[in-house]
Design a protein around this ligand. Sequence first.
Ligand SMILES: [Zn+2]
Length: 424
Amino acid sequence: MNAKSQSRLIELRRDLHERPEIGWREFYTTGRIVEELEAIGPDELYVGREVHREERLRPPTDDQLESARERARETGVDENVLSKVEDGYTGALAVLRKGEGPTVLLRVDIDGLPQSESDDPDHLPAVEGFGSRYEERMHACGHDAHAAIGVGVLEAVKESDFAGTFKVLFQPAEELGAGAASVVGSGHLEDVDSLLAVHVGLDVETGVVYPGIESFLAVNGFEATFEGSPAHAGNSPHEGANAVQALSTAVGNLYAIPRHGDGATRINVGEIEGGTATNIVPESASLRGEVRGTTTELREYVADHAERTLRSAAELHGCDVDVEFGDGTPSCECDDALVDVVSAAASGHDTTVTPDEGDALGGSEDATRLMRAVQRNGGDATYVGFGSSNPTGHHTATFDVDEAVIPLAVDVLTDAIRSVSTAE
Ligand SMILES: [Zn+2]
């Protein structure tokens, strides 16, 4: 790609990096992306609510929306865009109609994380003056670079010989495991023949390309609330039913769920709460955790065991328990034909194409919902990873991407998308 577009994309990435926003509250982010998209001039542009169906996962509270709106206004968001996203349906979808041919969708995510960014003098964003302006807000997963890549590919495909329909989805709320779910059923996926989702970083150096990542773990969250009965801890402990005791029994046994011979599983209890005073047998206690598996079936195996463990622990201590699982994200499979197209495109550039990503990724991704939806309709999907020499791991305060990945990813993805149209 030419130097001018390249420096514009890096400028965009840095601007977003400096103003990270949490899922469903990407107001400035959406506004800034829309500004870039309008300059390119897609044939159709959908913003905010127009990208999603109404029911969505983990919506923000009114207070969260209010303070995010205020911050976006202070930052200088386009009021026109704000009016389309202010209820918390964020993100955008640009469409190019370039005649007869397949429909290809590129999905990038755009949200930041609720953590503070390092101001260490070795941390490049701090040195160059584009570190996060906000406490407890950071682009610590590279979604700022993803947004820039999405804009770059749209422009490059527009100027190319691609024939067909090309869409770029700037998806919100990936870190909440929520943003993809309401795009499914929005009407924007039904005609998609090929879907490419993308991630940079991945703790490998710039130039490494994974054309088909399948090692994302299926994940689901759960919450359990134990209800016992209170009593004086000194004179009548026998009359109480101790909810904290039931919870503790459950936690120990959740980690004792047997491993499964078919693949990796995970369980974690990440938050607990309970009791009111040292001299009262605690009446209620709650925990929040998550289960994962290399396949959706393995995740369900852990979930079933976890539910039985929670119920048994409650019964053992004479308590009741309410167990609720959320709407998790599934595992995924990439389609060989599309993986081959991406491999061939990457081989034409200064890259090391690595077909097997091992199981180094260990995380989860809600793009798997979009992939499954497209595959259910008979389309192909793949998840492409671009290494980007990150100094420290994802979701850490000193995470950063090597910006050289932006033009490289734009070039490789554009070539892959052009090949899809000529292969039809
Ligand atoms: Zn990410």
